[in-house]
Design a protein around this ligand. Structure first.
Ligand code: SF4
Ligand code: SF4
Length: 173
């Protein structure tokens, strides 16, 4: 077993070595065509210890975490969880292929942690501030607000205790 395979197996708690390349994960993935490395190939490269190739893959950041691959896997490997683990490792090591996606990911999670659900307008404004892209897509944003598709104020959930617990559980993992 390569060191990389061991590391990702331990961190994701998934039996990556059980993957026998049936392609079912890739065949069901709604964004596979956008990925530079297909999901089943990512699994194979992990087995082979191709650390750099895997962690710098843009495909990791295209993943929608929809879990289709995990449900389809005949070996019960939670492929989405493996992807999530790879994203964490990539960001810890500063090798994120696209910092815009990771930046938005963090703001998205911060909004959920704070409000209990996504505050779209706040998240987008924070993102625009970070990227200094104040007017890009402004017209679309205004149209969405006028049509009632995006609220001006955040909607908060009443009991945020559970949300806090979920975030703490993830942090401990
Ligand atoms: S979780 Fe990610 S890799 Fe898996 S099917 Fe969905 S988008 Fe594709
Ligand atoms: S579905 Fe499971 S066994 Fe098949 S290629 Fe994907 S991860 Fe490997």
């Amino acid at each position: 077993m390569t060191n990389f395979l061991k590391e990702i197996t331990v961190r994701s708690r998934e039996q990556i070595s059980a993957c026998f390349q049936c392609y079912r994960c890739t065949n069901g993935c709604p964004v596979a065509e956008r990925m530079d490395i297909y999901p089943h190939r990512i699994m194979r490269y992990i087995q082979l210890g191709e650390r750099e190739k895997v962690l710098s893959s843009k495909g990791l950041w295209e993943c929608l975490m929809c879990n289709t691959c995990s449900i389809r896997c005949p070996n019960d490997i939670d492929v989405a969880r493996v992807f999530e683990t790879l994203r964490k490792v990539a960001s810890e090591e500063g090798v994120t292929a696209d910092d815009r996606i990771w930046g938005f990911d963090r703001l998205f999670l911060e909004s959920i942690r704070h409000h209990g659900r996504l505050y779209e307008l706040g998240t987008i404004l924070n993102y625009k501030l970070q990227k200094k892209e104040f007017f890009k897509d402004a017209k679309m944003g205004i149209t969405m607000m006028l049509k009632g598709r995006m609220g001006i104020l955040p909607h908060r959930v009443k009991d945020k205790r559970h949300i806090k617990e979920v975030f703490e559980r993830i942090k401990r993992r």
